[in-house]
Design a protein around this ligand. Structure first.
Ligand code: COA
Length: 264
């Protein structure tokens, strides 16, 4: 069973947002005729879904695009008219997504460009079909990426590759994205749904408090010294020892059964 997210900003956006009984928050960008290009309303809708959902019920977020042509072809070119030169884009959806406490997965089938790639970069895990394509084409319009397509991209694939993508504004195919580590893997289209499902199910069945701690230690640690990061890691380990999920995980192992984590 799945429940729709009822926040009015979500309902009025071209976004299909549902939360399953298993705790999977599915966000489907739903403008297939415009290759799921991001508008103000769509960006606000994604943000509102992440804000309004009871995050203690969410075990994993999956972001995808409707149709078979695109995850998202970037910002809708119409939004560039009338942008404030000081604030640039005022969309805060990328940070909201990156900081969502539970794991997030970008499920990419087709074009993943510009702000679309920046959304995917704000997720924890990226899975793609082998027919997908990736790029930061902003420079061709005279812009630069404005929401992670430089900083998150270079942290993921290294400065040389990121600079080539941004400076040339050209597209790379899924095989190259896989080789560069831009996606966790590119999978044949007919095996893709099963692959996404396997990853999401593993996460959704995992211990929510442990996964939240792991995400925090990864993300905070990425900006910290090794010493500070290791300290965060050992403190998270220690804190989890007192949770019921750890007691359940250990008991299930000893009893040779699957654990049932409750997030406590
Ligand atoms: N904003 C608004 N509309 C967009 C869009 C965007 N970023 N990207 C695609 N669309 C629309 C097209 O205008 C077209 O609409 P139409 O059918 O009403 O004419 C529809 O989506 C299909 O796109 P089209 O270009 O015809 O498909 P294609 O298969 O020939 O090319 C792409 C696909 C992704 C290569 C091409 O659409 C593209 O380069 N898009 C822009 C990518 C971009 O620069 N994004 C970053 C903006 S900063």
């Amino acid at each position: 069973m799945t429940d729709p997210i009822t926040d009015p900003r979500v309902r009025s956006a071209p976004l299909d947002a549902t939360l399953s009984e298993a705790g999977v928050l599915s966000l489907v960008l739903d403008r297939p005729d415009a290759l799921n290009a991001l508008t103000d309303g769509l960006a606000a809708g994604i943000e509102a879904a992440l804000e309004s959902v009871d995050d203690s019920r969410v075990r994993c977020v999956v972001l995808s695009g409707a149709g078979e042509r695109a995850f998202s072809a970037g910002a809708d070119v119409s939004v560039f008219e009338g942008l404030d030169p000081v604030e640039g884009t005022s969309w805060t959806v990328f940070e909201r997504l990156a900081e969502f406490p539970r794991p997030t997965v970008a499920s990419i089938d087709g074009a993943c460009l510009g702000a679309g790639l920046e959304l995917a970069l704000a997720c924890d895990i990226r899975l793609a079909t082998d027919r997908s394509m990736f790029g930061q084409p902003e420079i061709r319009l005279g812009f630069v990426p404005g929401a992670g397509g430089i900083q998150r991209l270079q942290r993921l694939v290294g400065a040389g590759r990121a600079k080539e993508l941004v400076y040339r504004g050209h597209r790379i195919d899924a095989e190259t994205a896989d080789r560069w580590g831009l996606v966790n893997r590119a999978v044949p289209t007919d095996a893709f749904d099963a692959e996404v499902d396997a990853v999401v199910t593993d996460i959704a069945e995992g211990p929510p408090v442990g996964l939240e701690a792991a995400k925090r230690v990864f993300d905070r640690g990425a900006d910290a010294s090794l010493t500070a990061g290791l300290l965060m890691e050992s403190q998270a380990f220690g804190r989890l020892l007192t949770t019921e999920d750890v007691a359940e995980g250990v008991a299930a192992f000893q009893e040779d059964r699957d654990p049932e984590f409750k997030g406590e």
